[in-house]
Design a protein around this ligand. Structure first.
Ligand SMILES: Nc1nc2c(c(=O)[nH]1)N[C@H]1C(S)=C(S)[C@@H](COP(=O)(O)OP(=O)(O)OC[C@H]3O[C@@H](n4cnc5c(=O)[nH]c(N)nc54)[C@H](O)[C@@H]3O)O[C@H]1N2
Ligand SMILES: Nc1nc2c(c(=O)[nH]1)N[C@H]1C(S)=C(S)[C@@H](COP(=O)(O)OP(=O)(O)OC[C@H]3O[C@@H](n4cnc5c(=O)[nH]c(N)nc54)[C@H](O)[C@@H]3O)O[C@H]1N2
Ligand code: SF4
Ligand SMILES: [Mo]
Length: 856
């Protein structure tokens, strides 16, 4: 089979991927050199996509409860439940909760069904948790949800500000692009983030802003700039009294602030990239407008190398915004004004169009909880994990009369609460379009045929719509026909003065759709010809900074949450890749060493973090990169990958939202901390997943040929009961609380091994995990946890692409490699996806420090 050009499954960078299908379910992945978003580059997640296309744990058939049913039965069940609900309780008693991981075609029909034919605005998306504040800021400033610049502007900027963005981890190919601009043109980089992330470590300047201090910071920054107010009044709408407002208190060290102000004043072309540290905040919309204000007032917009640049998280967050997936837009960037409703109703040929916006995610699940919503259909998102105050969302789903979940996996935290589960096509099978951060529309293409009875999401929605009687409006024979209708609908946007315009594609043939090359709508600087406001001018927005948070009694810390470099959200795909598991095997609580000391916490201890919403346990990791009083935990772990007490960030997050956008402030919740005293700890490797409910703490990660569990307990348990059946070998030193077991199958191959201790050390995991499935010739060697004849020693894996560990890199540095590039040429580390380059840079710095110390 030839190679197929498609788009990466993950982030909003939207990298083009060239896939060479090598077998029934195997594929070789490389970067698509012709794709404008990445020009051939990929990050660790994209590079290892091939490890995630297996059929393990896939949902292959429609299910009602625990029974497999036919598609006809499942579709009728969903259509009937929804129809009855609408009939008895009105259209607002049903809701869809969808996702930026749907394709544009899926999103379009879901929105059309809910807003056009059910007649309710109750379709919202996980983009509410992600982009809603940026959308609201764009609407306030530009009169339309428009990103006014592109990745190319990064190549031409001389100053780049990153606000609340851990770009090196979360948008790594943008990061590579920024690195290149710095190397080639000396572009200066400033990172504004309360944490010193790997991104911040590599910057020219790190501004450790106070949590939610961004509005004050940008407002104060604007006040320092030499602005031609009269000129700005000619090009922008300026609210009365805008320039006369008192300057906000940014709370930064004056010298640091002056340095930042100087960089901004000296910049000729400035781009500000912002993501979740800006959006996921109770002042998220104001943060977006504070950034845009600075750009508008200083003229850093609508020209090469300049612009306020909100980057999207998911592969099709932008496509969802375009079609109208958010509860507060109707469709195609249109709102709910009478004239807008009229043209949409006419286009869709419906007399049931929703009268107004629907409920936003947090309110939507609250309405499920109260019983006002009695039917909810969740597609391509895992809200039982990823919503704030997740325990309450679970409670809501558990109470709801009908929960339908369309997912690709058999077992997810949300799926466990569903009555009807519908099997969807996954990346590599589904086929359609996505829009990335800088408005490039690209094709995701099918590489494999769909497994079992899985169907495309758009088709499932159309099947249900037709079963409800909306036969004509949902009579789409192909994905291409959905896209054509959407493209022709953007005419309505264009006719009402918006920039969204895909009408060139309205008549495209199936073949043209199939062959679509990536293209960008709106051009490079869509607002250069004027904003989408009635006056055609963009607006400055008068803001007042939120008061600095005061510590709440009993909750001395502020809890920040976010992402790891090599995991994606609730790990439903990345969790299957052994290579991606190396970077972080457990959910860590990052805490400043002084705070840890004050709480009697040592590195590696288990700690319980509590907020007003709930409590969960994490492994402490002391980090100077944290501010005092601030904690950070990752969002990724679930019921599938951890015990119910461990790593549940969603339970901790507060559902307080931004008043304009309705986006939750995931980055800041009052919290407290308690060290957990455990009676034992250990680890278990196993070829198959195990039930470990007997352990108070377990966390699972992937290894080659099986799974690795980190374990701990509050009291002793019967350890043998944790193990699968088989031929058992064991050693024990009761005085040390040490117990070790190996379980082999009839062929003498290792099925599982368990290592437990009360206080002592545990062997390194890698060698033991590497024995899974191998014949155990010498059980004592296995139980010792290391080979009798030492093989070449291995350090922690650093470069996952080329399989190069820390020891090897250490050797290369000692031998004289003095830069990241030199390490790369000596041993290839960091030369593929580049995700480990910040780590390599740190190793170089540490080496420098050691040399200096040795010299002193
Ligand atoms: N590896 C990986 N990449 C991903 C994803 C993933 O799951 N894994 N998910 C994708 C998605 S959907 C998204 S939305 C993006 C998110 O990408 P990012 O926004 O880069 O990721 P986060 O880790 O959520 O948060 C970014 C930073 O915001 C900082 N922050 C917290 N509070 C504040 C504040 O008050 N002010 C400022 N200035 N900063 C603050 C945090 O310390 C954190 O370092 O990543 C995308 N890419
Ligand atoms: N504490 C905290 N919570 C957060 C955040 C944070 O920073 N901190 N960030 C928030 C943000 S920005 C986001 S975007 C969300 C992400 O959180 P979620 O939206 O929950 O993300 P995923 O885990 O990717 O869930 C996707 C689900 O869809 C399934 N799936 C994948 N592909 C398809 C498909 O093609 N069709 C169907 N039907 N199903 C599919 C997957 O198996 C999985 O179950 O989390 C939010 N939650
Ligand atoms: S940066 Fe990485 S995860 Fe994001 S689209 Fe590109 S390859 Fe995929
Ligand atoms: Mo996101």
């Amino acid at each position: 089979m030839g190679s197929i050009n498609t788009t990466c499954a993950y982030c909003g960078v939207g990298c083009g991927v060239t896939a060479q299908v090598t077998g029934a379910r195997s594929v070789e992945i490389s970067g698509d050199a012709s794709h404008p978003a990445n020009k051939g580059a990929l990050c660790s997640k994209g590079t290892h996509l091939g490890e995630t296309v297996g059929l393990q744990d896939r949902l292959l058939h429609p299910m009602i409860g625990e029974s497999r049913v036919t598609w006809d039965r499942a579709i009728n069940e969903v259509a009937q439940a929804m129809g009855e609900c609408i009939e008895t309780h009105g259209p607002d008693s049903v809701a869809f909760y969808v996702s930026g991981q749907l394709l544009t075609e899926d999103y379009y029909v879901a929105n059309k069904l809910m807003k056009g034919f059910v007649g309710s605005g109750n379709i919202d998306t996980n983009s509410r948790l992600c982009m809603a504040s940026a959308v609201a800021a764009h609407n306030r400033a530009f009169g339309e949800d428009i990103v006014p610049c592109t990745y190319e502007d990064l190549d031409h900027a001389d100053l780049i500000l990153l606000v609340g963005s851990n770009t090196a981890w979360c948008h790594p190919v943008i990061w590579q692009r920024i690195e290149r601009a710095r190397e080639q043109s000396g572009t200066k980089l400033v990172v504004i983030d309360p944490r010193r992330t790997e991104t911040a470590e590599r910057a020219d300047l790190h501004i450790p802003v106070a949590p939610d201090g961004d509005v004050a910071l940008f407002d104060a920054l604007l006040a320092t700039q030499d602005v031609d107010q009269a000129a700005v009044s000619r090009t922008c709408e300026v609210p009365d009294g805008f320039w006369e407002r008192p300057s906000a208190d940014h709370g930064l060290e004056p010298a640091l602030f002056a340095q930042l102000a100087g960089l901004v004043a000296g910049a000729e072309r400035m781009v500000t990239l912002f993501s979740q540290g800006a959006n996921q905040s109770r002042s998220g919309t104001d943060k977006g407008n504070a950034i845009i204000n600075l750009h508008l007032a200083t003229g850093h917009i609508n020209r090469r190398g300049a612009g306020p640049f909100s980057i999207t998280g998911q592969p099709n967050a932008m496509g969802g915004r375009e079609v109208g997936g958010l509860a507060n837009t109707l469709a195609c960037h249109l709102g709910f004004a009478d004239d807008e409703r009229a043209v949409v109703a006419d286009f869709w040929g419906t007399d049931r169009l929703t009268k107004g916006p629907g409920l936003k995610a947090v309110d939507l699940f609250e309405a499920v909880h109260s019983g006002a919503i009695k039917f909810v259909w969740v597609m391509a998102t895992n809200p039982a994990v990823s919503m704030p105050n997740a325990a309450r969302v679970r409670e809501a789903l558990a109470r709801c009369e009908t929960v339908v979940v369309s997912d690709v996996l058999e077992d997810t935290d949300t799926g466990r609460l569903a009555r009807v589960r519908l099997p969807a096509l996954a990346w590599g099978e589904k086929d359609g379009t996505v829009t990335n951060s800088d408005r490039i529309v690209s094709r995701q293409r099918a590489l494999f045929s769909g497994p079992g009875e899985a169907r495309a999401d758009w088709r499932i929605v159309c099947d249900v719509a037709r079963a409800m009687g909306h036969t004509e409006a949902f009579d789409f024979p192909t994905n291409a026909s959905v896209f054509r209708e959407y493209a022709s609908m953007t005419r309505l946007a264009a006719e009402s003065g918006k920039k969204l315009d895909l009408t060139d594609w309205a008549q495209a043939s199936d073949a043209a759709y199939e062959a679509m090359e990536p293209f960008r709508w709106g051009g490079d600087h869509p607002l250069a010809s004027g904003a989408s406001t009635p006056s055609g001018k963009p607006r400055l927005v008068a803001l007042s900074a939120p008061p600095p948070a005061t510590a709440q009694s009993g909750f001395p810390f502020r809890l920040n949450t976010g992402r790891y470099r090599d995991q994606w959200h609730t790990m439903t795909r990345t969790g299957y890749s052994p290579r991606l598991a190396h970077h972080r095997r457990e959910p860590l609580l990052e805490i400043h060493p002084d705070d840890a000391r004050a709480h009697g916490v040592f590195d590696g201890d288990l700690c319980e973090v509590s907020t007003q919403q709930g409590a969960s346990v994490f492994r402490a990791s002391l980090s100077e990169g944290q501010q005092r009083g601030a904690l950070f935990v990752p969002m990724h772990w679930t019921d599938i990958t951890a015990s119910s007490a461990a790593g549940r960030t969603g339970k901790l997050a507060s559902s307080d939202t931004d008043p304009v956008s309705g986006q939750p402030g995931f980055k800041d919740a009052p919290a407290r901390l308690r060290r957990v005293e455990t009676a034992w700890r250990g680890f278990l490797v196993s070829r198959s997943p195990l039930k470990l409910d007997a352990c108070d703490y377990w966390v699972r990660s992937r290894v080659e040929g099986g799974w690795l569990y980190e374990l701990a307990g509050l009291a002793a348990i019967d350890f043998v009961s944790l193990l699968p059946e088989g031929e058992r070998s064991e050693v024990a030193y009761p005085s040390k609380g040490m117990q070790r077991y190996a379980m082999c199958n009839q062929r003498g191959e290792l099925e599982a091994a368990l290592f437990v201790t009360r206080k002592g050390d545990l062997p390194a995991r890698d060698w033991v995990a590497g024995q899974l499935g191998a014949r155990v010739e010498d059980p004592i060697e296995l139980l010792a946890g290391r080979p009798r004849v030492a093989g070449p020693e291995r350090g922690a894996l650093v470069c996952v692409c080329h399989d190069i560990d820390a020891l090897e890199i250490g050797r290369v540095i000692t031998a004289g490699a003095g830069s990241v590039a030199a390490i790369g040429s000596a041993c290839r580390a960091g030369t593929n996806c580049g995700s480990c380059r910040p780590e390599l840079a740190r190793m170089l710095e540490e080496w420098d420090d050691e040399i200096k110390e040795a010299a002193e």
